[in-house]
Design a protein around this ligand. Sequence first.
Ligand SMILES: [Zn+2]
Ligand SMILES: [Zn+2]
Length: 90
Amino acid sequence: MTDDAPLIVDCDVHGKGVAAVVCRHLCTEKAVPLGFVENSDTPGDRQAWCDQCEAFFLEQGDLTEEFQAFNDMALVCEACYEIIRNKHAR
Ligand SMILES: [Zn+2]
Ligand SMILES: [Zn+2]
């Protein structure tokens, strides 16, 4: 990215909105709460992943390729991010 403008995603449900980052597990799992570890809650730069990602990250100690493959981050809009938080936070 070349500027500070927030990244915009075009969400199927909510339309155009500011992008937030979650792991693929949080994005795809709809039934079982996976935990919600928030790494950044800065508006325009929200990032979170699940308990499993947190455990794997602590084990790796860094954002290794292996971790990134496991995490497989997904972009969602901030409205979806809130919904995901409510679903997965314990
Ligand atoms: Zn995860
Ligand atoms: Zn959305």
